[in-house]
Structures are given as structure tokens and as C-alpha cells.
Design a protein around this ligand. Sequence first.
Ligand code: 9MR
Length: 431
Amino acid sequence: MNTKNKGNLAKILCILIGVAMLAVDMFAFVGCTKNSESTLSPTPTEAVVDNKPNTDVATNTGAAPETGTETGSQTGSETVTTGGEDVDTLYPVNACESIFGTRLCENFADDFYVGTCVSYSLTQNETATKVIVEQFNSVTCENEMKPDHLLDKTASKLNGEITVKFPNDTVSMLNWAKDHNLKMRGHTMVWYSQTPNWIFYEDFDTSKSLVSREVMLERMESIIRQEFEYVQENYPDMFYAWDVCNEVIADEGGLRDCLWKQTIGDDYIEQAFTFARKYCGDIKLFINDYNCYVGNKRTTLLSVVKDLAEKGLIDGVGMQSHLDVGYPSVGLYTATMKMFAAFGVEVQITEMDITTDNKTEKGLNVQGQMYGDIMKQVVDWDRDGTVDCTSVTIWGLYDKISWRSSQVPTLFDNIMLPKPAYNALMEITKG
Ligand code: 9MR
């Protein structure tokens, strides 16, 4: 029996066991699974609520842009609820030596890293870990390396200077990635959202005044230095790219207004990359955004990237790529990628997901086709040198835990089985 047939047999076995266990669960015999996730995870209801802060996101039809941002800006929130990690406990962990018999990342091994985002709970789950390690060779913390997770207010006040502290859940995730030989993308340093307000105020006290440009520049440098130093010391060579600035362009074009810009000034992006360049070692520096292909937003992003590239401050552009089957067209999306590549920088697809409201077999095939068409073009261009794509990350391991779960945007369905989208990527052959 050849490898492919073995893989298919393993897959069928998994599906049969999965279905059988699903039936068992319906009669409430839940104690038979090996996973301990149920005690760690929120209930499915909580999960859906927690993972969807942006219920007002557009559905990306017609000219509606990709969304992917939250409405709140710097809220000062000091906790992050990752939520949504209700990993299905029914899936057979040890039933098959190889879960699917094929490896997505192997298909693109000569081209770029293939990643997924992970939450703390996901990394605690045996099934999810097995699928991730089999299918992907790169991961991004979905929330656990964002500013509100790493910036420690108590320590900052105590020390009288901005203090970065990698909390236990983040450290556990980094250890998990290291133990499984996964590479990581850092996400993210300078962002208008999920960034506590107190970092911008005198004495880290929001009842006082905003600090001066000089003080904020010192704080910015310190944050960037501490983050890079921590990972270089504890996880050398694990991080290959970092979103230094995230979502800095306004939806209508121009720079997004935010407290970074208000305190430092319009050059805050260049300043961030200058500091990052000083401390990053071999880690590649990225500017990351959504709707990169839309009108004035694209125009501004192109000019920011061109400027940073000419100054040698940036290594690549992260196209988040929260897409929908109705928008953008594959042509518009890939043409934009080529424009960034023309500046001589790398391009990474950093948060790819493609929503669809049509969950029928036909709808999922259309979704698969779009995943496949995009990736085929990216692979072709990467191979002929038109685009230097170095990483593709899918935002969400499987539909049930996606931030847009109701529109089933990932490669794996609600019980973590491969969808047509997965198959479409596997079908892209080596040239
Ligand atoms: O997927 C993330 C979700 O769990 C969080 O609740 C949300 C809060 O901001 O952030 C999501 O990830 C975002 C990413 O960090 C930046 N680009 C848009 C992503 C989707 O909102």
C-alpha cells in the first residue's frame, strides 16, 4: 500500500472513530476520552462570546473591506480572554499513528513556513498539539504576546520604568513551541489595540498627563528591547519574524490615529522600526495589516513600506488576509502582494482565513478553490522569484475556535477534520 493510500485509510479510520465517539457522547458517556481539555476550556457558549469581540465586523461582500480589527482602541484592559479553545474532546488522539497521513507544511517545505495561531488552551490539548505538529511548522500566539499581555503595570510602577513580563501562560506556550520544534512569529509590539492606556501617561497613571515625546520614545525603545532580549536569551533561533507595527494605517488611508502617534508624532512607525532593528538580531521585522489591497489604505501602506525599505528598517510586509469568498478577488489580492514584493521585501500571509456564509458542500468547495487559487499563485511567484513569500499562517486551527467561527473560515471543520480548503492546498503540486 503506498503512502497516500495509507493516509487515506488512516483518515477514514479517524472519521469512523470520531463519528462513533460522537454517537457515544450524545448518550453522555463523556468519561471515555483521553483528553483533559474539558477542565481547561470555557464552555462552548463562553467560547463563542469570548472569541468574538468584533460582532460588528463587515461580512466582506462587494466593496466591503476585510475586517479584523476591534472597535475599541486602547482601553487599558489588563487582561485578555482568549476564549474559544473548546477543543473537541471526541477526537481520537491515539487512534492513528499519523492523524491525516499528509502534512501541509511538508507540501510547502521548499517554499515557506506554514503556520497557525494558537491559544494557551490549545497548546494544553493533546489532540490539537498532535494536529498542529503534524500539519504546521510555525505558530503565532493569538493573543498572548500582545502588549496587554506582556506589559506589567504593577512592576512598571514599582520599577519607575516600563517593564515587560512574559506571564506564565505565554512562557508555557513558548516552551511548548520549543519542545515541538515549532518556529514562531512574534505578534505584536506597537499596536493601537490591546494596548493598555497607562503606558502613555506620567507615572503610568491615567489620571495624570500624557508623557512627552522623549519619554514615550524611551518607553517604546525599552519595550522593544526587553521583548527581543527575553526571547533571544530564552528561545534563541525560535522566532523568525515579528510584527513590530500592527494595523497602523487607517481604513480610509493615512496614518491611524492612536496614542503612539499622539505622544510621539507621525514618525512613530519609523522610530519603532529603528529601535527594533537595533535589538532584533536575526529576527525579521514586519509591518502587519488587514485590507492591504483596499484603495487609499493600500496607497498609504505602499508608501510607508517603500520608505522603510529604502532606509533598510523593514524586512517584510505581513498581509493579514482576513478574506471572504466574495471579496477581494484573487487577482486584486495577489496583485497587491506583488506590489509589496517589488520593494524588495519579503511578504508573509500572517492571519489568513476565508469566510463563507454558504456552508453546503458547494460553498465549502468554493472556499477551497479560493484558498487554492491564492496559494497556487503565491507558490508560483515564490518559485519564479516574483515574490519572496516566507510564511503563510492560517488564523485559527479549526472552525469551531476561529474568531469568525460562524463563517467557517479555516482549513479544518468543527471536529478538526480537513475541509476542501485543506485538500486544495495539498493539491498544489511541486513544480
Ligand atoms: O483572533 C484574535 C481574537 O482571539 C481576539 O479576541 C482579538 C482581539 O483583538 O484579536 C484577534 O486577532 C486579531 C489579530 O491580533 C490582529 N488582526 C486581526 C485579528 C482578528 O481580530
